[in-house]
Design a protein around this ligand. Structure first.
Ligand code: PLP
Ligand code: TYF
Length: 410
């Protein structure tokens, strides 16, 4: 029989959408969930994705709806591996030497969960350092996989800048051999990324404390407008370090998602990669990943991965997709500037908004101020002061900025 089932707390981000839907105010604005909306506030199917789907259906590229293998479609896995690692001198060598495990997963969340489960089974230290703050679900995913979440300082709310000193100090004292979760770019929720020099410092401590890096890449493309350029810092630095000095960085993982940069949210399409110097180890890990996934969900879904496969393998479509990513990034940046321009700079300094990248503005507004935005203006952002910029457009940017001004004034 059931025992003592209590209400679970609502998800901090998805719970907001429920409140938003119930709000009768015609002026309401949803700045909660990080999902792209166009200028009209509507979800956007990328034209490149529509064209790929047309090819699948009309040109018959989709031959069947058969189950894909446990670790996903082979052609998808090679295409994505090449797309992520193949633009890099060392990445190319890693591919050629079969030093990367690649598996299709249930989007980025599934990727994180699978790697966390794998590490829990086969890695000595079951503790993962995460930025404070981080995407709240990171904590849930690792905790539920039996890995204890720990924090490293990241954002200094007083100066709205990276708290690099305390970050390095904490990592310098981190438990040797522990796991560390890194956001590749467009840090969620702060939008603030480390500079190239800061990444070097972070990687230095990682090698010193023998930490195992797990890179989460959910917004690839939105920092620079170009998915390949966005790989820059982390991937290039890490593949180089690993290839040239495997004793310094023997292994690392990358969790990747096409939810945002292809707009494939509900198609649940992403990948997990694990880099290691020994091809024999790669074979063993691959077999263990299969053993892990089979009893969880047997195999990943097939429609999204077919779309990705078509786009990455068709030169014209690939170019058109790059254009779509640039378009999303441009609109987000326009909204960011529009918000900045309409805020009252005599009330508070908003310059940090200009330094942020990706889908979010981490405003620095307090929980009380966010609650006031919700109750007085029907503007729904998360309690931590995060705005999902996709919810803003020319139609409501003034309304949002003026509401912020009003809330800050009191
Ligand atoms: N990681 C971060 C930092 C995210 O913000 C998200 C989604 O918002 C994800 C991972 C995973 O998203 P999905 O499971 O939809 O790919
Ligand atoms: O807005 C965010 O940060 C995410 C978005 O299955 C999200 O929480 C929503 C649903 C989902 C994965 C990510």
């Amino acid at each position: 029989h059931w025992v003592d089932v209590q209400m679970a707390p609502p998800d901090k981000i998805l719970g907001l959408s429920e409140l938003y839907v119930k709000d009768p105010n015609p002026k309401k604005v949803n700045l909660g969930v990080g999902a792209y909306r166009d200028e009209e506030g509507k979800p956007w199917i990328l034209p490149s994705v529509k064209e790929a789907e047309r090819k699948l259906v009309v040109e018959g590229l989709e031959k069947d709806k058969e189950y894909v293998p446990i670790l996903g479609s082979g052609p998808y896995n090679s295409a994505v591996q090449k797309f992520i690692f193949g633009h890099d001198e060392f990445g190319k060598k890693l591919i050629a030497e079969k030093r990367i495990v690649s598996a299709q997963t249930i989007s980025g969340t599934g990727s994180l969960r699978v790697i966390a489960e794998l590490l829990n089974k086969f890695y000595s230290v079951k503790k993962c350092y995460m930025s404070a703050p981080t995407w709240p679900n990171h904590l849930n995913v690792f905790r539920d996989a039996g890995v204890e979440p720990a924090a490293y300082p990241y954002y200094d709310l007083d100066t709205n800048s990276l708290d690099i000193e305390n970050l390095l100090a904490t990592l310098n004292k981190a438990e040797k051999g522990a796991l560390i979760l890194l956001h590749s770019s467009c840090h969620n929720p702060t939008g603030l990324d480390a500079t190239s020099e800061q990444w070097d410092q972070i990687l230095e401590v990682i090698t010193k404390r023998e930490l195992f890096p797990i890179v989460d890449m959910a917004y690839q493309g939105f920092a620079t407008g170009d998915p390949i350029k966005d790989l820059g810092i982390v991937i290039h630095k890490m593949t180089k370090m690993h290839y040239e000095n495997p004793e310094k960085l023997p292994s690392f993982a990358l969790c990747q998602s096409f939810a945002k940069n292809m707009g494939l949210y509900g198609e649940r399409t992403g990948s997990v990669f694990l880099v290691h110097e020994s091809p024999e180890f790669i074979s063993k890990i691959t077999s263990q990943l299969k053993a892990l996934v089979r009893p969880m969900y047997s195999s990943p879904p097939c429609h999204g991965s077919k779309i990705v496969e078509v786009i990455l393998n068709d030169e014209k479509l690939y170019k058109s997709w790059l254009g779509d990513v640039a378009k999303i990034t441009n609109r987000l940046n326009e909204v960011r500037s529009g918000l900045y321009d309409n805020l009252d700079h005599s009330l508070r300094n908003w310059d940090h908004l200009k330094r942020q990248k990706g889908m979010f503005s981490y405003t620095g507004l307090s929980k009380d101020e966010m609650l006031k935005l919700r109750s007085d203006f029907s503007i729904y952002g998360t309690d931590d002061g995060r705005f999902s910029l996709a919810g803003i457009s020319n139609r409501n940017v003034k309304y949002v900025a003026e509401a912020v001004n009003a809330v800050v004034k009191k």
